[in-house]
Write a new protein. Sequence first.
Length: 196
Amino acid sequence: MARGAVGVRAAVPADAPAMAALWGEIRSASNGAGALVSAPTEERVLKALAAIEADDRARILVAQVDDAPGQIVGMAVLQHNPLAPLFDIDCVQVSYLHVSRAWQGRGVGKALVGEAAALAEEGHVEHVVVSVFPSAREDHRFYARLGFAPMATRRVVATSVLRRKLNGQPGASRLEGMLARRRVLRARGAAQTDPV
């Protein structure tokens, strides 16, 4: 079966429903880490589009293929930022890159990453950085094939949990450690049962 060409363009307000659906796929594909991704609504997408429109160092992109005219099959958010606050190195940060499952393996992800490379070249930026959920094995493989290497591990904790840990509340450490281990084991089990 011949594959249609992939087109990438700036997102517009009319894309909000499709982008909210893709955002929802990101949450559900993250094996629990998606709770950190805000809930997808058209209103949130429209707010993000308005904020990005005012920022010449950021872009929200959508991807389409000739096989499905008018259908949004992927998206990504690109931002030209410092690599870290104390580094004198800029990068293009790729966030929320997602290709709908039915359209994976057709070059959509590569086209979106290609736009990140184009933005980096346009801004004379030497590095492109992506964020990937730890449990997203296929995503890690995709980026590794494109030459991305691990740079740092970011960890996250709810403020209330951190406060309990810092205050040394009795029992909190043991119970939360047990719950954390259960979450890790569930994520591993889900990752092992995912069709590849």
